[in-house]
Design a protein around this ligand. Structure first.
Ligand code: NAD
Ligand code: ZN
Length: 360
């Protein structure tokens, strides 16, 4: 049994971001470092932030998802400027930006490189104090105890799982997600739906995680099945809550079959996590028949096109399939959670290949 941590403080509601100034003042004197999704570079949001002369602003290029090398470069640039002791780090963006801020906050108080901390409970010193402000909902990165990064050299996609990685405070302001394009809004939202059902259908049980996951799914159904506008003010706020609950559930739960296959697509083809999940859902009917049906119903109802693997690659040759197989079955924890210890007897190379071909 391990001790659990959740977010200490959070604010929820339209206009909540205006409280950032007050929250930072409470941290006392000193400067802050902002990590902001590059989408906002020329947007009015920037002018409304309480930025002071000595603060640092780093726009995070989210064209590709975070890499360990990218995190090291950011850390080095901050150290070189002598800005390595901020009173707070503020992350404003989606999963990629929120995770970047988390990873750098850990590295500023712990020696070495990002790759040294890929794993469980390897971070030894408390991180810089950090405030998370999501601008797109679904991954749960704002609430989880990890920050996902890919080590391009080794192909390992794993975060720094640690209680120190968790944000100290969250500002959940649904006004910030108004501008998310519809497809992206849906793909990212589905991350919370998918990891919640994977967890509930798995062998491992934790009653608090189960409760978080069940409510996250209820909210997703209200937003995408019971309403005519998935992006109404009310629904964007509900989705922020669903994402937060889903992220809080992750600490004590395991995902299932979808995430390992999705990770295979991300590692081999660099497909973004949430889009890769949706592509994977095309081949998940045999494992999750009800959820498969519900997922495509939600997509259809909201006029969302679910991509195919063919949109990325013309055909799957033997060599590519081997890479996909290796980067899928490496995820032993979720796969045994879903299929039992002997999951490799079910997920043979032939079976895994057939599943990936179904996504074409
Ligand atoms: P993202 O951060 O990658 O952003 C996706 C796109 O949306 C980007 O182009 C970004 O510029 C744009 N965007 C963000 N906010 C916007 C806004 N308000 N208006 C318009 N455009 C906006 O998206 P994501 O899906 O939230 O995050 C994916 C990342 O999260 C992956 O790297 C994945 O590995 C990670 N992840 C982390 C956890 C965790 O627990 N830490 C869990 C799941 C996924
Ligand atoms: Zn996910």
């Amino acid at each position: 049994m391990k001790i659990n941590k959740n977010i200490k403080y959070y604010l929820l509601g339209s206009g909540a971001i205006e409280k950032l100034e007050e929250r930072l003042k409470e941290r006392g004197d000193g400067y802050s470092i902002y990590f902001i999704d590059h989408y906002f570079k020329d947007k009015s949001l920037i002018n409304n932030l309480p930025i002071n002369e000595n603060d640092e602003i780093i726009f995070v290029d989210t064209t590709d998802e975070p890499t360990t090398e990218g995190i090291d470069i950011l850390k080095e640039s901050i150290v070189k400027k002598g800005k390595d002791k901020p009173k707070a780090i503020v992350g404003i963006g989606g999963g990629s930006t929120l995770d970047t801020a988390k990873a750098v906050a850990n590295l500023l108080t712990n020696p070495g490189k990002a790759e040294d901390y890929q794993g469980w409970d390897l971070v030894k010193n408390p991180a810089i104090y950090k405030i998370g402000i999501p601008t797109i909902s679904g991954t749960g990165a704002e609430a989880s105890r990890t920050c996902v990064m890919t080590n391009v050299k080794t192909g390992l996609k794993l975060g720094m799982n640690s209680n120190y990685t968790i944000y100290d405070e969250l500002i959940l302001d649904p006004d910030l997600t108004k501008t998310v394009p519809n497809e992206q809004y849906f793909y990212t939202a589905m991350d919370t739906y998918i990891h919640s059902f994977e967890s509930l259908k798995g062998r491992h049980r934790h009653l608090i995680s189960d409760a978080f996951s069940r409510e996250a799914i209820n909210l997703i159904r209200e937003i995408f099945l019971d309403s005519d506008n998935m992006k109404s003010d009310e629904n964007r706020e509900k989705l922020m809550v669903a994402s937060y609950l889903g992220g809080s559930a992750i600490a004590n739960s395991f995902v299932g079959v979808v995430h390992p296959f999705s990770a295979g697509l991300s590692v081999v083809f660099k497909i973004h996590h949430c889009e890769a999940n949706c592509i994977t859902m095309r081949a998940m009917e045999e494992f999750y028949p009800k959820e498969f049906e519900e997922f495509f119903k939600m997509a259809e109802r909201n006029n969302i096109k679910i991509p195919k693997l063919r949109d990325y690659i013309k055909d799957l040759d033997e060599e590519t399939l081997k890479k996909l197989y290796n980067s899928t079955v490496i995820h032993e924890k979720p796969l045994s959670n879903a299929l039992g210890e002997k999951f490799k007897e079910i997920l043979t190379f032939e079976k895994v290949s057939e599943i990936f071909k179904r996504m074409m």
